[in-house]
Ligand binder design. Sequence first.
Ligand code: TEU
Ligand code: CA
Length: 541
Amino acid sequence: MLDKTKKDWWKSAVAYQIYPKSFQDTNGDGVGDLPGIIQRLDYLQELGIDVIWLSPVFASPQVDNGYDISDYRAIDPMFGTLEDMQTLIREGKKRGIGIMLDLVLNHSSDQHRWFLEAKKSKDNPYHDYYVWRDGVPGKFPNDMKSVFGGPAWDWVPEVGQYYFHQFAPQQPDLNWENPALRRELYDMILWWMEQGVEGFRLDVIDQIAKEPDNFITNNGPRLHEFLRELSRETFQKGCLITVGEAWGADTERAKLYSAPDGSELSMVFQFEQMMLDQKGEKWDPIPLPFVKMKQSFAKWQTALHSCGWNSLFLNNHDLPRIVSRWGDPGKYRVQSAKLLGTMLHGMQGTPYIYQGEELGMTNIQLPIEEYRDVEILNMYRERLKKGYAPEDIMKSIYARGRDNARTPMQWDSGKNAGFSEETPWLPVNPNYEEINAEKALADSDSVFHYYQKLIALRKEYPVFVHGDFTLLEEEHPKLFVYRRSWQGKEALVVCNFSEEETEFTLPEGWQGAQTLLDNYPQQEAEQPMRPWEAKILYQEK
Ligand code: TEU
Ligand code: CA
């Protein structure tokens, strides 16, 4: 178990993201819940993770699956009670697993008491908790658009003003310019810290300092000032792991966010690699530009080494499944899932595993009526209106829709994959008889057991935590090869992103090195890399 009283303990940690709606249902309503997570803690302990990032479980009308919070201090009855949360925290701690809550501080639900008050009148003390502009009905303050489609402004007749929302109309943006709002948020965070949570993930944190008059959504001028105040008033009073979601981060900004003095956050999620295989919008995928992808990872690894900290992830609840995206969901599903894990876990940073990734779960294809995600449904309507052919829109959804990641966790080959006794809120992927946790646990060669080893490596070999990073074979169109070194200890990670055998010559000085991990049975060195083969070599000098 990690000693979580030690500063920077999270540098050796591995996190696991749970999307609670889809993890484990215990009361037969087809929706996952907190008792379900408690029931599966032993499974997570066996995997070897240190912290759970729990997507929002707070009271919410669920317009955006909990990313629209109506009470930050209450648990949504659909997920359980505050007592269940306390049990989860306690039972997690016993197993060396901490809980990171998902703080949505950029916006609240339109059903939050603050917003219900705010729209009563301009003099209401809560009015200034949100972002308002004068106007007349039908004439928006400006033409800013919401991420989920449509204008970023909605009219409230009672006050004769528009409010600003970067996401759905039911997710009004909070006004961080108002110190009273900020204080209210800090007190709430301190209260959760008292409950024993060990960290936080901060939703769209780079959007809090918006300036709609200047068309600024992310990276606003006061962003880092707000973050430093937030951190000083809350996180720094404990020894927490904090990660901010920052679509707009470049390496320079990431260094500020993750400065070693702890003045802001532990790290951020940046999305540079996740935006390479698309043309403009995410709905228009293109084949992965492989060399660019390697260069991008290398750039981040090098830029933040010893002056910041990376988060490492290939999946989350907003992204399609990586095996379907960059791997091979067919014949080489198992090998490619292991390869992708190897590529990522060999790097410097804190890895985040998204539920089901450790099983090599894949994307799904549903008829449009069966999708639930507000982003998918809005995009479908908008593109239809623009004249796109329905079958082309469906292709975009199959490739990029967020519900790909949100189908129920596949526990076993029984009814509804062991997720629920009743019809799940989103269909189970039909491949659950083949891909499920029970099967993976019984098979020593499964993706699960391979992830177990990846997680253990980081604990056993400090080079994975501290080592620097050098990209080799930079221009190679199929091989991703890199070296990590730290105090005379060296690891070499070699991944063959291809279903063909690929020649690979060991770099100078690596002959006779030990093989720590291979996703195929070991063979003599100097053999070509097999289809989707990945391995890690190790030596001490
Ligand atoms: O996501 C931020 C965000 O910008 C996403 O909506 C993203 O643009 C889109 O999904 C691209 O795939 C966060 C949460 O992770 C997401 O689930 C929420 O819907 C969103 O914020 C609003 O809170
Ligand atoms: Ca339930």
